[in-house]
Design a protein around this ligand. Structure first.
Ligand code: HEM
Length: 401
C-alpha cells in the first residue's frame, strides 16, 4: 500500500513550484498582485508538504523503530487533513470566516487523532531513540498554532487575550511544531543513515527539555504582549538546544563521510535560516538603531519557510518517498549542489531585501527565481521516485478485462 500522505506531500511540492514562479512574476510586475497568495505560498509548504509528510512518516518511523511493519493507513486522518487544507485554501484568501473555522477545525481534529494514534501505537514504553516525546510535544504546539491561526482573521484573539496573534501563530508552528518534529526526525533518521545513534539518550533528553521549554517562552512572550520574562529565557533555551542539536548532527554526519553529498549540507545549512531570526530578535527587542524590526518581522518568515523548512525537506523527502513508497532499504538523503546553492542564495536575497529598500522589488523577484530553480532541482528526484512507485503499484494491481 502506498503512503497517501507522502503522495500528497509530493503533490504539494509541485504546487509550491507553481506558487513560487507566480511570486517571481508578480515581483517583476508581469502578473497582477493577488491578496491571499502569500498565505497560499507559505502554507502549500508548511501544511501541504511539511504537515502531510510528518503525518505520513511519524507513525511509520515509530513502528520501524520497534521492528514492526508500518501501521495501516488512517484514512480518517488523511481525509480530515486534506479536506481541511482544501477548505482553508478557499477560505483564507477570500477571508471567509465560516470556511476558515471549518478548515481550521478539520486540520485540528486530524492533528489530535494523529497524537492519539502515536500514543496508541503503544510505543511509549518501548526503549528506543526517544523521538516520541519530540513528535507528541511538537504536535501539541501545532494544535496551539492552528487554534491561533484559525482565529487570526475571525477575531478570536481578543477573547483569548493574545497580544500579538500572528507572532504567536508563527512561533508555535516554527519554534514549537517544526523545531521539535525536525529534531525527532533527525533522531530517527541518523541511525537509519549511519547505523549509529545521533547522540546519547541523556543528550537528546536535555535537548528536548531545552527546546520544548524554549518554545513555550517564545509562544508566551508575544501572547503576553511581548513579555521579556518569557521571551528572553525562551530564546536562550531554544538557541542552546538548536546549536547543541546541530553540533551532534554535524559530528554524526562527518563520522560517516556524509558531507561528500549535498543532502547532509542541506540539513545542516537549513538551520542558519532559523538561527538568524533568533539571533536578530535581541537586537529588535533592544531597539538597536538601524535594525528595521518591522521589516524583519514582515519578511523573515519567508526566509524561514523557504530556507529552513523547505531546504530541510529537500534532504529528507526523497529519503521518505524512497523508503516508504519504493520500499528501498538503502534510501539516502536527497538534494544536489544546484538546489543547495540556489535555495541558500535565494534566502540571502530575501534577507538582503530587508535592508536594501531601494532595490527591494528586483531582489525579491530574483530570490523567488532562485527558490523556483532550487525547488525544481530538488523536487525532480522526489517526483521521479513517486512516479516509479505509482507505476509499480499499477503494474502489481490485479487487472480486470
Ligand atoms: C490550520 C492551519 C493553519 C491556519 C488556519 C493558518 C493561518 C494563518 C494565517 C491567517 C496567517 C496570517 C497571514 C497574514 O497575516 O498575512 C498565517 C501566517 C503564517 N503561518 Fe499559518 N496557518 C496554519 C498552519 C500553519 C503551519 C502548520 C505553519 C508552519 C509549520 C504555519 C506557518 C505560518 C507562517 C510562517 C506564517 C507567516 C507568513 C508570512 O508572514 O509571510 N501556519 N497562518
Amino acid at each position: 500500500m502506498l503512503n497517501p500522505f507522502l503522495l500528497m506531500a509530493a503533490f504539494y511540492l509541485i504546487v509550491a513550484i507553481v506558487a513560487v514562479a507566480d511570486a517571481a512574476l508578480t515581483s517583476f510586475g508581469l502578473l497582477p498582485w493577488f491578496t491571499g497568495l502569500p498565505w497560499l505560498r507559505v502554507h502549500f509548504i508548511t501544511i501541504g508538504v511539511f504537515t502531510e509528510a510528518a503525518f505520513g512518516v511519524l507513525p511509520a518511523f515509530l513502528a520501524a523503530r520497534r521492528g514492526a511493519p508500518p501501521p495501516t493507513t488512517r484514512w480518517d486522518i488523511w481525509l480530515l487533513l486534506n479536506a481541511g487544507l482544501v477548505v482553508l485554501l478557499a477560505g483564507i484568501p477570500s477571508i471567509n470566516p465560516a470556511l476558515i473555522i471549518t478548515g481550521g477545525t478539520l486540520v485540528f481534529i486530524a492533528a489530535l487523532l494523529l497524537i492519539l494514534q502515536l500514543r496508541g501505537l503503544g510505543l511509549a514504553q518501548t526503549p528506543g531513540n526517544g523521538s516520541l516525546k519530540f513528535y507528541v510535544t511538537g504536535l501539541v504546539y501545532l494544535l496551539t498554532g492552528i487554534l491561533v491561526g484559525t482565529g487570526l482573521w475571525v477575531g478570536w484573539s481578543e477573547p483569548l487575550r493574545i497580544g500579538v496573534p500572528k507572532e504567536v501563530h508563527i512561533h508555535a508552528n516554527s519554534w514549537g511544531f517544526a523545531s521539535l518534529v525536525f529534531a525527532g526526525l533527525l533522531i530517527d533518521l541518523v541511525p537509519a543513515l549511519t547505523a549509529a545513534p545521533l547522540a546519547s539518550r541523556r543528550t537528546t533528553t536535555s535537548i528536548f527539555w531545552a527546546m520544548a521549554l524554549g518554545a513555550l517562552g517564545l509562544v508566551l512572550g508575544p501572547w503576553l504582549h511581548g513579555n521579556l520574562f518569557a521571551t528572553v529565557p525562551g530564546l536562550v533555551l531554544h538557541i542552546t538546544a538548536t546549536v547543541w542539536l546541530l553540533v551532534v548532527l554535524v559530528q554524526a554526519l562527518r563520522r560517516h563521510g556524509l558531507f561528500a553529498r549535498a543532502g547532509a549540507w542541506h540539513l545542516v545549512v537549513s538551520y542558519v535560516w532559523i538561527l538568524l531570526p533568533v539571533l536578530m530578535a535581541p537586537l529588535i527587542l533592544l531597539g538597536v538603531a538601524n535594525v528595521p524590526g518591522a521589516d524583519i518581522e514582515a519578511t523573515a518568515p519567508q526566509a524561514l519557510v523557504y530556507g529552513w523548512m523547505l531546504q530541510f525537506f529537500y534532504a529528507v523527502t526523497p529519503y521518505f518517498v524512497a523508503r516508504w513508497l519504493l520500499r528501498d532499504a538503502n534510501a539516502r538523503l536527497g538534494g544536489n549542489w544546484l538546489s543547495l546553492a540556489a535555495v541558500n542564495l535565494g534566502s540571502v536575497l530575501i534577507w538582503a531585501s530587508i535592508f536594501l529598500v531601494e532595490i527591494r522589488a528586483p531582489l525579491h523577484a530574483t530570490s523567488y527565481v532562485l527558490l523556483g530553480v532550487s525547488l525544481v532541482a530538488a523536487a525532480w528526484e522526489t517526483i521521479s521516485i513517486t512516479l516509479t512507485a505509482l507505476r509499480r503499484a499499477e503494474q502489481s494491481a490485479p487487472q480486470t478485462a
